[in-house]
Design a protein around this ligand. Structure first.
Ligand SMILES: Cc1ncc(COP(=O)(O)O)c(C=O)c1O
Length: 359
């Protein structure tokens, strides 16, 4: 069966809405009295007062979305109230019963939940294994719409997706590709735009997801892609349509933090710290996330507790966040981690290693 082109699908869906007089556009509310459409019944004025299609849109949104699309080198962008909702809202709006979603085995819960909500068929390929993905693609010739989903930096393992191989498969098999850059933004790219940008692959990825909750230290999520994609989501993405917009104070903060994320100075400091820490631990770090694989859940908990006694909170990540028997301590390095902090933790971890080697 011929694969459906994403632009063709989006154009068709938008034309159908237009024909039925059901097409929605985000309103410009500048100099408009929204007094009869807000939900702030008691006259408080902190939040956005309503959803973006009703009374909650603001020019700050337009500014933020323009800045995001310039930064990500896409035609357009759309902001959601959280990264989780972005994944839920984007995937479930694009795919339906009878379609196929193929996810990397280690995809984040929000990506899996988006796929479940779509009610499409779901397949999973082995983690970071394009050959396994291709095997599934070869068995899936009868689907018109296939979405392949990955993260560029994996949230619990800190490793990077093979984006070059995945985009080559996209060209060959004509699927739509979604990449969640939640943990790559701020860490990779000339201006912190992520791994796709660093590799010059923005044009080969149909849907780029991000969140303001990691390197931005803000709130909200976003999707970057074609103008058609964003117009479609405004009309069809329930997690976008049926929720209240973000307060202006958050939008301002996200805009200000975008400048910080773009700053090279912090990124240089971050990589200096990552390299310092990983070299002294004798491991290779692919990103700011460093998993200390323990395996056994009980042992992972015991180590987390020991480190807590020494003054560090480093959570033991266990099933179902990671597969059974792959419990780990997940630590993150930042630009503001100090040498003192790193040396103290390194001493504890290296001591533990020595003790285990002696046993
Ligand atoms: C890969 C990935 N995508 C999405 C999210 C959700 O983002 P948010 O915390 O903004 O809801 C997270 C983190 O929680 C994540 O790790």
């Amino acid at each position: 069966m011929a694969r459906m082109d994403l632009a063709e699908f989006l154009t068709g869906a938008l034309a159908e809405l237009d024909q039925k007089n059901l097409l929605r556009r985000l309103p410009d509310l500048q100099n408009i009295d929204i007094g009869f459409s807000r939900n702030t019944y008691l006259g408080n004025h902190f939040g956005a007062s309503g959803s973006r299609l009703i009374s909650g849109n603001h020019r700050l949104y337009a500014r933020l979305e323009r800045e995001l699309s310039l930064w990500k080198k896409t035609a357009a962008a759309l902001v959601y109230p959280a990264g989780y909702m972005t994944n839920l809202g984007v995937i479930s709006a694009l795919l339906d019963r009878g379609d196929l979603i193929i996810l990397d085995k280690l995809c984040h819960a929000s990506l899996i939940d988006g796929a479940r909500l779509a009610q499409a068929d779901i397949r999973v390929f082995k983690h970071n294994n394009p050959a396994d993905l291709e095997k599934i693609l070869r068995q899936s010739r009868n689907y018109k719409k296939i979405l392949v989903v990955t993260e560029s930096v994996f949230s619990m393992d800190g490793d990077r997706a093979p984006l070059a191989e995945l985009t080559a498969l996209r060209r060959q098999y004509g699927f739509w590709l979604l990449v969640d850059e939640a943990h790559a933004v701020g860490v990779f790219g000339e201006s912190g735009e992520g791994l796709a940008g660093q590799l010059g692959m923005n044009g080969d990825i149909d849907i780029q997801i991000g969140t303001f909750s990691k390197a931005f230290d803000g709130l909200g999520g976003y999707v970057c892609g074609s103008r058609l994609l964003i117009d479609y989501l405004v009309n069809k993405s329930r997690a976008f349509i049926y929720t209240t917009a973000l307060p202006k104070i958050i939008l301002r903060k996200n805009l200000a933090n975008l400048k910080k994320v773009q700053s090279k100075k912090q990124r240089r400091k971050l990589w200096k710290n990552i390299n310092y820490f990983s070299a002294r631990l004798g491991i290779r770090a692919d990103s700011a996330i460093i998993p200390l694989l323990i395996g056994d859940e009980k042992k992972a908990l015991a180590l987390a507790e020991k480190l807590r006694d020494e003054g560090f909170i480093i959570p033991a990540i266990r099933y179902p966040t990671v597969p059974r028997g792959q419990a780990r301590l997940r630590l993150t390095i930042s630009a503001e981690t100090t040498k003192r902090q790193m040396n103290k933790l390194l001493a504890l971890l290296n001591q533990r290693r020595k003790n285990r080697a002696l046993k």
